[in-house]
Design a protein around this ligand. Structure first.
Ligand code: NDP
Ligand code: MG
Length: 400
């Protein structure tokens, strides 16, 4: 059979690296068609030499010239494309079968949508794209005849627990599902008292107890906004109202999520916390392929704990739930304000506890509008970024 041609968007990131690790285990099954980076050209060069893709995209034009000449000097025939539009070009390329959407944040929206419209198999890690554009994204998947497979470990777990006889596609409502329970590790500050949260640093926030991830999602995990975004993501992927999606803290990160059915059965997916498992699941689906992840030692793990999230110390979960309920442009506003606040926290211009404050202030000033076109989504995103910047300036006196 012909090999599946895969475009890995965001190949230089944490999910990108894990994806290439899985792909390299199956050279007779997959062909790496395109790789993309923003600015880490040293890593992109290494990846091009190892995987020999047809195309490499460098978004940052300043980094591209050096990259192209270096690549040619190494005798690599990969074609280099430059600029943001090239991401959508490779995502929708007629020769591409599957797209790993692993760019972080709103920067991945256009290319993820392009893959959907072009009817590709989309393996979605870039949750922000889906959160922002919601129903529009799901409509593009349907119109394009795309296959949307969740890579986010929780959603991949839910997807696995929902596939059985009469296996569903993501996005198809199941009337026999009572609720979905998304598990959360609780992040690095699960046991940190409220009084100490004021002074936590980006280094502490990025030191996740169970997963090694990019900096943005690491901060999101620390504030629990990651779980908030995932709540919105779950409602969209599985066509569920927010009231049917709950969050439980599970510090061991072994149960990746659960689905409860109307007969009282609860199904869970378990495994070592390693993104190569959901990545391999999405790559191989509907078949199973090896991922390189070792067996979960349940005797050593010995126990599984569950507890309710602390809504007082982690207000982001409440903010995300209200945006999910409001719908329209609210999730895009939530996401944009969060991206601005997290970036400011990483640059030490904002304290940890001010992240939800900035988001709440922006959401409070936002009259929810319908999000029926990409323009609606992009203007809400743009508005929220400007509002969040203004809120940062207001907070700047506090965190000098
Ligand atoms: P990283 O920060 O490690 O990687 C981000 C990738 O996106 C890099 O390839 C980066 O390029 C690229 N990128 C950044 N900015 C831009 C831009 N403006 N235009 C184009 N490309 C850009 O993030 P992760 O891999 O951790 O996360 C990726 C996505 O997957 C996120 O949406 C995250 O929420 C999601 N996810 C991640 C998980 C994880 O375990 N890491 C788990 C579940 C979901 P470069 O490095 O060259 O600058
Ligand atoms: Mg997740």
């Amino acid at each position: 059979a012909a090999r599946m041609k895969v475009a890995v968007l965001g190949s230089t990131g944490s999910i990108g690296l894990s994806t290439l690790d899985v792909l390299a285990r199956h050279p007779d099954r997959f062909e790496v068609f395109a790789l993309t980076a923003h600015s880490n050209i040293a890593r992109l060069r290494e990846q091009c030499l190892a995987h020999r893709p047809q195309f490499a995209v460098v978004v940052d034009a300043a980094a591209a010239a050096k990259f192209t000449s270096e690549l040619q000097a190494s005798g690599c025939t990969t074609r280099v494309l430059v600029g943001e539009a090239a991401l959508s070009e490779v995502a929708a390329h007629e020769q591409v079968d599957a797209v790993m959407a692993a760019i972080v944040g709103a920067a991945g929206l256009r290319s993820s949508l392009a893959a959907a419209r072009a009817g590709k198999r989309i393996m979605l890690a870039n949750k922000e794209a889906l959160v922002m554009s919601g129903p529009l994204f799901m409509q593009a998947v349907r119109d394009g005849g795309a296959t949307l497979l969740p890579v986010d470990s929780e959603h991949n777990a839910v997807f696995q627990c929902m596939s059985g006889p009469g296996a569903t596609q993501a996005g198809v409502t199941r009337s026999d599902v009572r609720r979905v329970l998304l598990t959360a590790s609780g992040g690095p500050f699960l046991r940190t008292p409220a009084s100490a949260l004021v002074a936590v640093t980006p280094e502490q926030a990025c030191k996740h107890p169970r997963w090694v991830m990019g900096r943005k999602i690491s901060v999101d995990s620390a504030t629990l906004m990651n779980k908030g975004l995932e709540l919105i993501e779950a409602c969209l992927l599985f066509a569920l109202p927010p009231a049917q999606v709950e969050v439980v803290v599970h510090p061991q990160s072994i149960v990746h999520s659960l689905v409860e059915y109307i007969d009282g059965s609860m199904l869970a997916q378990l495994g070592n916390p390693d993104m190569r498992t959901p990545i391999a699941h999405a790559l191989g689906w509907p078949e199973r392929i090896a991922s390189g992840v070792e067996s979960l030692d349940i005797l050593r793990a010995a126990r599984l704990d569950f507890e309710a999230p602390d809504a007082t110390r982690f207000p982001c979960l409440r903010l995300a739930r209200s945006a999910a309920e409001a719908g329209g442009t609210a999730p895009a506003v939530l996401n944009a304000a969060n991206e601005v606040a997290v970036e400011a926290f990483l640059q030490r211009r904002l304290s940890f506890l001010e992240i939800p404050e900035v988001i709440e202030r922006v959401l409070a000033r936002h009259p929810t509008l319908p999000a029926s076109s990409l323009d609606d989504v992009l203007s809400a995103d743009d508005w929220a970024r400007r509002e969040a910047q203004a809120a940062l300036t207001a907070a700047a006196g506090v965190c000098a």
